[in-house]
Design a protein around this ligand. Structure first.
Ligand SMILES: [Zn+2]
Length: 167
């Protein structure tokens, strides 16, 4: 009974895919590596250090009114990384039952004017909680250390807390 179910294994593997980073060394044989949760990450295969700041997003869910708890799920940001429904709402589970519509990204991350930003493509309830500001569709919000973003106002909607690593 102690053994994880197949679904638990699958979810753990999918969480790990959210931790991968591209290696900046063009001749690296692996190209991608899993973030090591350190402040100064480097590729374990070729030893290349990560260049520039690295936003790390920790996902939280609403446990009860005004109480948010960590999901133990992190999303690493890199240029043109996508945000999906399964990050936004905990009632949406990433598995083979998702429809095509549910697999379309709802936003993406990019480095723009020397800032990391999230560009909102489809989220109707995105809000910068730190600055009490709604972020409309086709608008962007800067990723800053300690900032909190509400991804959805719907039941199961998550909050992300941003940490800037490699400062
Ligand atoms: Zn490498």
């Amino acid at each position: 009974m102690q053994r994880p179910t197949a679904e638990e294994w699958e979810q753990a593997l999918l969480k790990t895919t959210d931790l991968v980073q591209p290696c900046s060394n063009p001749s690296c044989e692996q190209k991608w590596y899993v973030f090591d949760n350190t402040n100064t990450p480097k590729c374990p295969f070729c030893g290349t250090k990560h260049q520039g700041t690295l936003p790390v997003l920790d996902l939280y869910y609403k446990f009860k009114e005004d109480v948010w708890k960590p999901e133990n799920h992190r999303l690493m940001v890199y240029s043109n990384q996508y945000l999906f429904q399964w990050h936004v709402n905990r009632n949406m589970v990433r598995n083979e039952k998702l429809t095509k519509e549910q697999k379309i990204p709802v936003g993406y991350f990019t480095f723009y004017n020397n800032k990391w930003v999230l560009v909102n493509q489809k989220l109707t309830g995105l809000k910068d909680l730190t600055n009490d500001k709604e972020i409309g569709i086709n608008e962007m919000v800067e990723l800053e250390d300690g900032k909190k973003l509400l991804l959805s106002k719907e039941d199961g909607g998550r909050v992300v807390v941003i940490t800037m690593a490699n400062k």
